[in-house]
Ligand binder design. Sequence first.
Ligand code: I3S
Length: 128
Amino acid sequence: SPPHPSDLPHEVEKAGQLNKTKIAEGGRKLRKSWGVSWVVLAGNSLVFYKDLKGPAPASWRPASSRPESSVDLRGAVLERARDMSSKKNVIHLRTVTGNEFLLQSDSEAEIQDWHQTIKGVIRRLDQE
Ligand code: I3S
């Protein structure tokens, strides 16, 4: 089962499992490599954790797990990815530093919720 929000760092707006691939680093295209990540939207960042392995990982705590990577959402651009993957329900995130990610869920409702929630953070940061 997913971690309870109270187990996560402060200011968590959303957390869950998504398929993820990084497609560019500093503006340079990368070869796609899809994998499953736990994604946490907290504060001004989207933080990626290694996927949970095995059943009911009661001892697993994001707060004590080292994130694999973290994305600063200030100035980032997020849009639905229409022609960037054969997969359904994909969003495309580009950071100011030219790192690009595709995030995908089997659930259209889930990806819509991620889209709206991350958009909200980006808009808030744009207004600061
Ligand atoms: O955009 P692409 O290059 O068609 O993306 C696919 C490839 O990266 C493929 O890897 P190989 O080229 O190493 O076989 C991946 O397995 C596919 O998942 C990628 O396409 P999708 O449509 O799943 O994003």
